[in-house]
Write a protein that binds this ligand. Sequence first.
Ligand code: GTR
Length: 363
Amino acid sequence: MINKELEKRNIPDFFGNGEFAVSSADEWLEKKNGLKELFLREEYGFLPKKLTPSIKTETQGINFAGKAKWESIYFTFENEGKEHTVKTELILPANKKNIPVFLCVNFVPEIPNKYCPTEEIIDNGFGVFHFCYTDVSSDDTDFTNGLSGLFERSEENTDDFSKISIWSYMASACMDYLCTREEVDKNNVAIIGHSRLGKTALLTSALDERFILTCANESGCCGAAISRGKTKENESIKEITSVFPHWFCKNYFKYIDNIDATPFDQHMLLSMIAPRYLMVGGAIEDVWADNEGQLLACHMASYSWKLFGKHGLVAPEKEALCVNDAFLDGEVGFYLREGSHFFSRYDWNVYMKKFKEIIKRDI
Ligand code: GTR
């Protein structure tokens, strides 16, 4: 199946030829900054300058049947006389140290919620740090609100930040904060997101190497799926940019009718996560997200894991991708569950199991 997809999609050998040709881990590390820049300039837009937020903590006490310590953490960012505050929630298993944490970029502010089973996460020994993406900036073409509104952004500039890059900016600020908390195991922080927030998780981890594990749930088009060679049932670059133009910088629009001209494909975004861990989740009915394209990207991205002497994706060559396929043994994992587009308990359980394997100690 992987070989068939490779033939069908006709993706240039970017790692074999041209600017990003690499044949050793050292070369890879040398060229990686250039690759980051390429994605920011051509697809998501450059993140604004880094601000140091002031932090205010409000304790919500011991909660979740006495098992967890819950705090609301307020991040206030200031720039040129303007300020914006983002409320986040930190829930850590009570009386524990060295806690591995999921940073969950989510669709709603309250916890628990249908996408974030807080109590189950705590019961599995993890902490969860949670924020709602629209508290950072609205999910539309208005760049004057929230964190976006603190920065100059011009319609003339073709590589100014997008909404995906501003959500990602907040995720890295959360990581800065987690590094200040003594209960947190800083070497074991995962970033997790679903759909557009899976795209955000991937970009964040490609740029910010402090995340040991990245979980991109059904991130699809402009996330973990290859952009070239999609079927009519898969979301195309043309469709995504017409409904969600604010997710991308202006430069990206020049490729909508000529995807073959893109000087990269999405596997190269994934490749920047090497040699850390990456999990890509799909659902059989979520054809829109292009499951074959997601698996292919995992396979092609594995080139960079191999440069580090790792495996990347470990998957057999099969006739077709089937429901319940799960290739979870390598540093890059892919699975296809039953059902439709959703961030389900099933998905969380797969990610938590992998995280436990990575940590290699009892939590
Ligand atoms: C869809 C969008 C997808 C995906 C999804 C989501 O409408 O076309 O790319 O991101 O939204 O975020 O729920």
